[in-house]
Unconditional design. Structure first.
Length: 434
């Protein structure tokens, strides 16, 4: 074959590199081309994989071209040997080498600080819950825990390290349920139905208000109301509404929102049955309204946070936001509180598993763990002084430990600890002088 004809043929055949199988941890075997086509944005990782693919394709093109232009058995043998090398090399580059360079950074220094244990609850773990956006559970000095071996729910209260069984509540399931101080619980059953358990008279199954298109209620911070966001339907007249059910009297009411119909709204929390109500518009505009639909404060747009809907808390006139979920880049924590303002960046290779702000707004605790499948990035529990932005306490935990934590008031921090196949909740005391 002439060199001129060999070029397009070799180029076409070299495109077979996009069929190289890559073992994806979440999706099984994917072709290299499918992996590249599925990239949602032009991130450094995607560019690096594309550049590596082009380099492999260029090498295969050169081997095919030389074989077609001047056939020799040695060149055929070289091409045959290059195929498994290309497959192995692509997997090493995509699954290890490129992520190791671009997705994992050096982690911060050694462990620091010391906190004394106030108490310990054996055979228990902290249960992740939805508790509004105004620190009601923290101020009450209360968390929800799961007790082994039957997964029964209980409440842990400070001071005194009192463990109170959650009477009438089912075992912990797969959903993240809503709670309020005083034993209020809104949980979802296996069929998706919602049930309220607590001191309010309306205990039992909860059906949505008539005509509601979106069944996703929240529980108010006082535990006395359920709230739904009734989004305006596309192409139809009307406004967004907040639908409110009073759990003491089951009197439903509706509040129209003076907001653009095209606004993408998410209902985050409500302090009481009478408001204020916290909403997110799009990903990063957080604001509060009253039960007449009037905006009371905001919108707040935390700088550098990918999606504040996954991590936001008010505190007085201030707030703290964090990357509870982030696909690319470094997770961040941003705060603007009476005690101080600041930003904390989590090195690449770790994500934020949990964050809790103390009731007085002077400290926050964050739990991190690796968000990649390579390297040896340890999990960590960190306590930060809000005024100085400095770490008061850091403890490293085994890889993939995924710790959970929560403040109980201003001076006690509960952390789930694991060991010997068991879990326990350790309550650490924050010294008054810190």
């Amino acid at each position: 074959m002439t060199p001129a004809r060999a070029i397009p043929v070799a180029l076409a055949l070299s495109c077979a590199v996009y069929l190289i199988p890559i073992f994806h941890i979440h999706a099984g075997w994917l072709s290299l081309g499918t992996l590249l086509a599925g990239a949602r944005d032009v991130a450094p990782f995607t560019l690096a994989v594309f550049a590596a693919t082009l380099a492999i394709q260029a090498a295969i093109f050169a081997l095919i071209y030389r074989l077609l232009a001047a056939p020799r058995w040695t060149r055929l043998a070289a091409l045959a040997a290059a195929v498994p090398l290309a497959i192995g090399g692509a997997n090493v580059l995509v699954l290890y080498a490129i992520p190791r360079v671009l997705l994992v950074e050096a982690q911060p220094g050694p462990e620091t600080g010391s906190l004394q244990s106030a108490c310990r609850v054996a055979d228990a773990r902290i249960v992740p819950v939805q508790a509004g956006s105004d620190l009601a559970l923290v101020r009450a000095g209360e968390i929800w825990v799961e007790r082994a071996p039957d997964r029964r729910r209980a409440r842990l209260l400070m001071p005194g390290c009192r463990v109170l069984p959650a009477d009438g509540a089912p075992p912990v399931g797969l959903s993240i349920d809503a709670v309020a101080p005083g034993g209020h619980l809104l949980y979802r059953d296996a069929g998706g139905g919602q049930h309220y358990v607590g001191p309010a008279p309306a205990a039992g199954p909860q059906t949505p208000p008539p005509g509601l298109a979106h069944w996703a209620p929240i529980l108010s911070d006082d535990g006395r109301a359920l709230l739904w966001l009734d989004r305006a339907a596309n192409g139809s007249p009307g406004a967004h509404h907040i639908r409110i059910r009073d759990l003491d009297g089951l009197a439903d009411r509706s509040v129209a929102l003076d907001l653009p119909r095209e606004a993408q709204l998410t209902l985050l929390g409500a302090a009481t049955r009478d408001g204020p109500v916290t909403l997110a518009r799009y990903r990063n505009q957080i604001f509060q309204i009253d039960t007449r639909g009037r905006v009371l404060r905001g919108p707040v747009s935390p700088e550098g946070i990918h999606d504040a809907r996954w991590g936001f808390q008010w505190h007085g006139d201030g707030w703290i936001a964090w990357d509870g979920y982030r696909d690319e880049g470094r997770a961040r924590i941003v705060w603007s509180l009476a005690a101080g303002q600041g930003t904390m960046t989590i090195p690449r290779g770790s994500g934020i598993d949990d964050l809790s702000l103390a009731a007085d707004g002077r400290h926050f605790a964050v739990a991190t763990s690796t968000n990649v499948t390579i390297g040896n990035v340890p999990s960590a529990v960190i306590v930060v002084d809000v005024a100085r932005g400095a770490e008061l306490y850091r403890r490293h935990l085994p890889v993939h430990n995924r710790p959970t934590l929560a403040f109980l008031g201003a001076r006690h921090l509960a952390v789930t600890v694991h060991g010997d196949g068991k879990s326990a909740v350790e309550v650490l005391a924050i010294p008054a002088g810190d």
